[in-house]
Design a protein around this ligand. Sequence first.
Ligand code: AMP
Ligand code: MG
Length: 336
Amino acid sequence: MDTQLLAADPSGIAQAAAFLSKGGVVAFPTETVYGLGADAHSAEAVAKVFEVKNRPRFDPTIVHVATPADAEPLWTDVPPVARRLMEAFWPGPLTLVLPKAPSVPDIVTAGLPTVAVRMPAHKVALEMIAAAGRPIAAPSANRFGRSSPTHHDHVLGDLDGLIDAVLAAGPTAVGIESTVLSLAVSPPRLLRPGGTPLEALREHVPDLRVDPPQGPSASPGTLPRHYLPATPLFLLEAGDATCVGEILERRRCAILAYRRRWEGFGKIEVLADSGDLRQAAAQLFAALRRLDAAGLAAIVAEPVPEEGLGLAIMDRLRRASSGRACLAGEHVQVQR
Ligand code: AMP
Ligand code: MG
């Protein structure tokens, strides 16, 4: 792919917006660091961002908007404190986390029921997002393991040939990432310190908690870091059926399949008939959620190839898995 270096002028901004409207991936400046943006309502476009970053796992991504009014449809419920904070700190390096609207694809939030949103304080970013006419999901514009880019030269050094375009606006002003604040819990909790000082936030949120969330699960007042299905999930072993454990009928199990249509299961989701891992990644979280909702005894997940986005998919399946499974005729043997 030919990566276009676009001037940060009206014509460059219009071209960047056109790429985004077509499901493309564009690096753009914010006041913190350069972001790698895609249409937040397109699971496939967001999957491309993960593919380009080469990150071996899925992390929730911040959605960038051009006005506070554009943030509201991304959330199900907007409490008064959120409006006060948007008024006081937007545009600026403050990201607000609230329960997500169903229209936000699960891959944007890595399966979490909440979505993080901010309005960047950068003229070029705001004009680009407004011209695209859609919210833009964007993590930092660097490959996995490299530092966050604070100049368009860093972006090109890392991602030339992998993305549609870079908006060239020189160095960013703040250079550190946004403060992330969850309003989805009571009292509100600081999730990441950043460019908006804590003291300033406390004036609007006197009961703000800053201690790190305790424990891996969702005990009261803490935040889950990852979506985990409630139904036990078992990774299917390749090769011969050697595992011996609890025996379940196939029809009592759901299967998360990679490309083939398995027979006999109570419910099936196929991630990508064609084997396209980007498509598989785009489907993953929503498919898991649907299987979980079926309320069967177990979810059996077929491994995907561990290359490209397959690494992040397998990372997620391993985190979600409570054991392994093998197939024996009409039965599934599961071992915890
Ligand atoms: P970045 O990669 O710099 O864009 O960082 C995104 C930050 O926002 C990470 O620290 C995430 O954990 C956090 N974040 C994004 N979405 C959510 C969410 N739904 N809930 C909690 N934290 C989030
Ligand atoms: Mg980053």
